[in-house]
Design a protein around this ligand. Structure first.
Ligand SMILES: C[S@@+](CC[C@H](N)C(=O)[O-])C[C@H]1O[C@@H](n2cnc3c(N)ncnc32)[C@H](O)[C@@H]1O
Length: 304
């Protein structure tokens, strides 16, 4: 999706791939920045780091891989002695690797435990929400993070079927809770509920809300932030956070002081999100709902 054309990695530059995954984007960035450049790859999934480290082995010391939540971006960079970087990439959501492993519990395509944790060190699993949340809270969660209009019926059906142990059992209960005539045509009837649980288990939207301002702060002047999203909640979060960070100072009439105390961190370069071409979708069906938004760092003292 022209992501690298927008990120503009240049030889000798320092870049952060905040969602390393299997290392595909990281490898492409590294090809453009070596010799002399450096890539910091962050992921909270141990398996992603293992796979990426094998893939990126040939780049040697140009690569630093860190197991961390990207919300801690500033601390990660400080620990490496880096104040500023030339670009930050977020390729959000779960990876193909995570979806493809039934043992991780992300997918209803095969039976697996109700897990869905990107970071295996965290205690909260999908099973805890599915089997323990009060019905009303579960319905709210499915409504808010899944934008699922049948959330109340689904929550009621889940509570009646407790305890649910596998992804297959959960998917079946969700499908049965939605009248067949109302099943979506292009996605499985269980998709929205699974998305909601995954977002909640991994606290995906709050992490994103915290990480984008942190990325804006560590960018060098004219450095770029690229964010690829896969569903509307994620895209809305990116869009609104970028807009907030690109709004300048508000002054009351006749005064030179900022009344909102805002620095103008960013300039948004994509009024509308960039979407994949039909050829890209044919090559990679997962790209179907991808949206790319890009912003550029303003000079340090920019308020307007
Ligand atoms: C869509 S995949 C990235 C794929 C990657 N661009 C590639 O080319 O292989 C998203 C990755 O981001 C990681 N991730 C999601 N949220 C995260 C967070 N808050 N902190 C760290 N990693 C996160 C996931 O574990 C997953 O491996």
């Amino acid at each position: 999706m022209e992501t690298l054309t927008w990120l503009q990695p240049r030889p000798g530059g320092v870049y952060v791939d905040a969602t390393l995954g299997g290392g595909g984007h990281a490898e492409a960035i590294l090809d453009s920045i070596v010799p002399g450049g450096r890539l910091i790859g962050i992921d909270r999934d141990e398996q992603a780091l293992e796979q990426a480290s094998r893939r990126l082995e040939r780049f040697g010391g140009a690569v630093t891989l860190i197991r961390e939540n990207f919300a801690a971006l500033k601390v990660v960079l400080q620990s490496l002695g880096l104040d500023r970087v030339d670009g930050v990439l977020f390729d959000l959501g779960a990876s193909m690797m995570q979806f493809a492993d039934p043992g991780r519990g992300f997918s209803f395509a095969a039976a697996g435990p109700l897990d869905m944790r990107m970071d295996g060190r965290q205690p909260l699993r999908a099973a805890d929400l599915v089997n323990e949340l009060p019905e009303r809270e579960l319905a709210d969660l499915i409504w808010r993070y899944g934008e699922e209009r049948w959330s109340r019926r689904i929550a009621r059906a889940i509570v009646r079927a407790r305890p649910l142990l596998t992804t297959e059992d959960l998917a079946e209960v969700v499908r049965r809770a939605i009248p067949r005539r109302a099943w979506p045509r292009t996605i499985d009837a269980a998709t929205r509920t699974f998305q909601a649980l995954r977002i909640a288990v991994n606290d995906e939207l709050s992490n994103l809300e915290n990480a984008i301002p942190a990325a804006a702060e560590v960018l060098r002047e004219a450095g770029r932030l690229c964010a690829i999203t896969f569903h509307s909640l994620e895209d809305r979060t990116v869009k609104h956070t970028l807009l907030r960070l690109s709004r300048g100072c508000t002054r009351s009439p006749g005064s030179s002081a900022c009344t909102n105390g805002e620095t103008r961190w960013l300039r948004v370069l994509t009024k509308k999100p960039i979407t994949p071409t039909p050829a890209e979708i044919a090559r990679n069906p997962r790209a179907r709902s991808a949206k790319l938004r890009v912003a550029e760092r303003m000079p340090d003292d920019s308020t307007e």
